[in-house]
Design a protein around this ligand. Sequence first.
Ligand code: 1YM
Length: 652
Amino acid sequence: MTTAYTADSIKVLKGLDGVRMRPAMYVQGGTGVDGYHQLLTEIIDNAVDEALAGHADEIEVVLEKDGSAAVSDNGRGIPVGIMASEGKPAIEVIFTQLHAGGKFDSESYKVSGGLHGVGSSVVNALSTYLQADVWQNGIKHRIRFERGEVVEPVHEIGAAPKGHSGSKVSFRPDPAIFKDVPDGFDHARMKRRLKELAYLTGGVKIILEDHRHTEVRRDVFHETGGVAAFAESLVRDEKRLYPEAIRIGDSVTIDQDGKPETIEVEVGLLHTHGYGQTILTYANLITNRDGGTHLTGFKTAYTRVLNTYAKNKNLLKKGEATPTGDDYLEGIACVISVKLGDPQFESQAKVKLLNPEAQSAVQSVVYERLTELLEENPKTGKTIIEKAASAARAREAARKARDLVRRANPLENDELPGKLADCQSQDPAVSEIYIVEGDSAGGSAKQGRERRFQAILPLRGKILNVEKANLGKILKNAEIRAMIAAIGAGVEGTGDDAHFDLADVRYHRIIIMTDADVDGSHIRTLLLTFFYRYMRPLIDAGYLYIAQPPLYGVKIGRQKEMQYLFDEAALQKVLKEHRGKNIEIQRFKGLGEMNPEQLWTTTMDPESRVLLRVTIDDMLEASETFEMLMGTEVPPRREFIEDNAHKARLDL
Ligand code: 1YM
């Protein structure tokens, strides 16, 4: 990775033409919020690469009031020398020509994510200005561009502080291109990514400063503990089965078409009292939501080591169910990170890693290191096997409980839960089910609905918190059984016989309808948690929605029609616009206070209702969110629920 770089070894393939005309072709995420952030990510990735190559140990990101961002590192500095082939300074080529980067030479490649080397010039092309400062050999250099064109060629602007080298890139995404991004860089999103990078780089100090508020916000991430510390950060102390995460790290050199290639493998693993599993996978610091070969390699080795260990140490009781691979995974928090030369992904979104060599590398490293670690730590080994044995017992109990649920064939109407008012349509593509909080709202919804395609399932009170119970207990809960039977596709879960079949889902719109208050938010969260843990394909398919009941109904002056308002801000606006005037305000404390006709017009009529589709963009965030929402700390939970109760889109 530390191949010496001379300015003229950079390959130049193409000019910048067209990037401004067709930005979406060059930026993953297009000209929306994702593409906008991708610009900053790209510049950060260059700094991260310099750190991973061992030349920098500090990176700073500053968000400015004018919408610009600045990224700096203390590496070697972007090369400013003249490139023989181009007759231009390398830095100018890097920022003005597509595909200028060392990444296409097999021996010098980019480790972190980004746009595969087209990045720097694309960022430049799509920015109102971009300025790069470089400290090198005692001199400070500067180059400046506007909308991709050089306006100040590289020149010396002074001396560098003694012994200091590095780069600083400041730029402002062009609002003319990113028209739909009024809010600039998202603080929370950047913070999360930088924190993640700090763990994944294991020791690079990463600073985030936000200058957009009266008080400067500053976060410093310095995570010397690597992915093991990352795994620990996912689990509160009292939930751990042992205090410190198991850390596995090694590299494997293989022969790749006659050339040696080194694959670095790092795994952090911690077992908890919980029942779910959180496994985060990364290839070259890019998150892979759907896992891939590294995950397969991990699971194979992990199960094999534990099976062998349990057998050799006689840790399983005779006559009891032997743990399966899934039993061993129950309650784990795990972070897997691999770094390899030429990562291949299933799609542009890089959600799944495909390289077979990653599988064999992870498998052999985990096999060897985990075997050693268990020999050295017999107490931890015993704890892990006991946890898996108890998962196996729970799985057996769950199977018995599930058989009871299965016996009710959900396709035959008389076997459906008694409380369900089913729709007439048998076609899932047009059928909807409203899962409604409380019997009284359920009653209004039943009267107000369009029965041809809308089914209503009222739930009584709070449903079980599935984060705190195992599948056996969950399947005994009446409200949950009613949902499973109505939806008709089973449940996911640990154990080979537990499965959810998307093809059997009876409604392609499953709509959660709860009151617009804190209790309603809580019930909604419990339901989301249940769907996330046990019917996840439903969310991936885009079948899960949240209804938006109004908070207020107002009649202004002599108007006959009631106008419905969905949040406090809308009410304030109306009050301001019609100051002093004659306004009748009705506040809906719950769904039950609306009559069937009101409920239909505001919340159920496909012509006028607003539904939020539930999506999972980020596994880490989703898991953290549920952990936080369902955990024991009350204040952050309240705040989150209240802050997010009326967001236009629910990103989990
Ligand atoms: C704030 C962003 O871009 N830092 C940075 C970039 C480069 C280097 C060092 C660098 C790399 C190499 C040799 C090498 C880049 N170099 C190139 C290119 N920070 C930031 N720091 N010397 C300096 O990869 O061998 C592109 S970026 F193309 F020259 F390799």
